[in-house]
Design a protein around this ligand. Structure first.
Ligand SMILES: Nc1ncnc2c1ncn2[C@@H]1O[C@H](COP(=O)(O)OP(=O)(O)OP(=O)(O)O)[C@@H](O)[C@H]1O
Length: 272
């Protein structure tokens, strides 16, 4: 799935910079040292997950990369430029991503296009395509209140895609969903991401989900979180859930779990 394009030999085009390059990132909230320092690089088109014990600083890092937290220590470049506020091509998806209750599914998805000044006809056509891509064809005229939580999350995903992101920041996006919907949504996300070829920073408490989706899983230790391991996932793509029973996948899951377990136990000990 990696869509890392290479500059042709002799080409005047520079090789692409990573989509995210963060170094020495650290966050303090008053006397609470929440995160870091950490370095993080995500190549263009790469899917990177972060797993780690509760409260270790995962969301803090994602929010810093998404320009939702400022100030912080260290430097963050996204798309080759120093971060100086929210970017148009960074899409952020949370566990309970908000939909606009007074707009239909189609108009929720068309909203980001409207903000960008895309004409009415073009944005409705594009929104219809995206609604289809997340499996909601037939629900275009429904309002969010008429949908299940999983369907609303699909609307949020379609809206994120409408921004033509080069980077998706996803913080436990399927955390509130039942197991079956969660599995289907994970496969859906893989399809979407491979179609648009964007980089992804994905936070999850599910080790299985991280292994299924990622090119690399970063394991964060207890607060103040730093990366204690980096696990490459070499399963061939396209992937479906059956891939999780392959030997390399179970080995990766065991390796990640043994480290998180040790960190979570130590973190619980600190809190006693
Ligand atoms: N605005 C804030 N003010 C004070 N402390 C904060 C703030 N935001 C986060 N923290 C603290 O910083 C630490 C890291 O929080 P963060 O939400 O990044 O952890 P996390 O790894 O995402 O946790 P979880 O897995 O439980 O969602 C925690 O101890 C949290 O209580």
């Amino acid at each position: 799935m990696n869509t890392k394009s290479q500059a042709a030999p002799g080409s005047v085009i520079d090789p692409p910079t990573p989509i995210v390059q963060a170094s020495g990132v650290e966050q303090h909230f008053g006397s609470v040292h929440a995160l870091g320092p950490v370095d993080l690089t995500i190549e263009r088109g790469e899917f990177v997950s972060i797993v780690g014990p509760s409260g270790c600083g995962k969301s803090t890092l994602l929010e810093i990369v998404g320009a939702l937290q400022d100030p912080f220590r260290g430097t963050v470049e996204v798309g080759g430029s120093r971060l100086n506020g929210p970017r148009r091509h960074t899409a952020i998806v949370f566990q309970e991503s908000a939909t606009l209750p007074w707009r239909t599914v189609l108009d929720n998805v068309a909203f980001a296009l409207e903000v960008r000044g895309v004409g009415k006809r073009a944005r409705r056509d594009r929104a219809r395509e995206l609604v289809g891509a997340v499996g909601l064809s037939g629900f275009e005229d429904h309002y969010p209140a008429q949908l299940s939580g999983g369907m609303r999350q699909r609307v949020a995903m379609a809206r994120a895609m409408s921004m033509e992101p080069d980077l998706i920041l996803a913080d436990e996006p399927f955390g509130a969903l039942d197991e079956q919907t969660r599995m289907l949504m994970a496969e859906e996300l893989l399809r979407v991401v491979s179609t648009i070829g964007c980089g992804v920073l994905f936070i999850t408490h599910s080790i299985q989900e991280a292994v299924l989706l990622s090119d690399r899983v970063l394991v964060m230790g207890r607060r103040p979180g730093t990366f204690i391991d980096e696990v490459p996932i070499t399963l061939p793509r396209p992937r479906a859930h059956a891939a999780l029973s392959e030997a390399s996948a179970t080995a990766a899951q065991d390796r990640i779990w043994s480290q998180i377990r040790a960190e979570a136990e130590a973190a619980m000990g600190q809190q006693r």
